[in-house]
Design a protein around this ligand. Structure first.
Ligand SMILES: [Zn+2]
Length: 103
């Protein structure tokens, strides 16, 4: 049992909404990402749980069923965001140098 942040009523953790004041207990952001054509019919769902501070990735099939899921903590999620972002300038310089040496 934890207290509701809105009304202070005691609430079991399994509830999504407070039974006393109807305030949402789990704040999360959800986004779906379309799969590459090689995985046609599938989708990636990413849920960011703001209060519990983790991100959950799940793979959905075309029937709307989750095939697999994994959660990562915020630190790993930030590392993933850096991995998916544009290469850092220093890495681009090293890549350009390596490309020059191949010529
Ligand atoms: Zn409440």
């Amino acid at each position: 049992m934890t207290p509701c942040a809105h009304c202070g009523g005691e609430v079991e953790e399994r509830y999504r909404y407070c039974p006393w004041c109807a305030a949402p207990l789990r704040r999360k952001l959800v986004e779906f990402f379309r799969a590459h054509e090689r995985d046609h019919g599938k989708a990636l769902r990413v849920s960011r749980y703001l209060d519990e501070r983790h991100v959950r990735f799940s793979v959905w099939d075309e029937s709307g069923r989750a095939e697999a899921a994994v959660s990562v903590d915020e630190r790993e999620a930030e590392r993933l965001a850096r991995f998916l972002g544009p290469p850092r300038p220093r890495q681009r310089t090293i890549d350009a140098l390596l490309e020059t040496l191949r010529l």
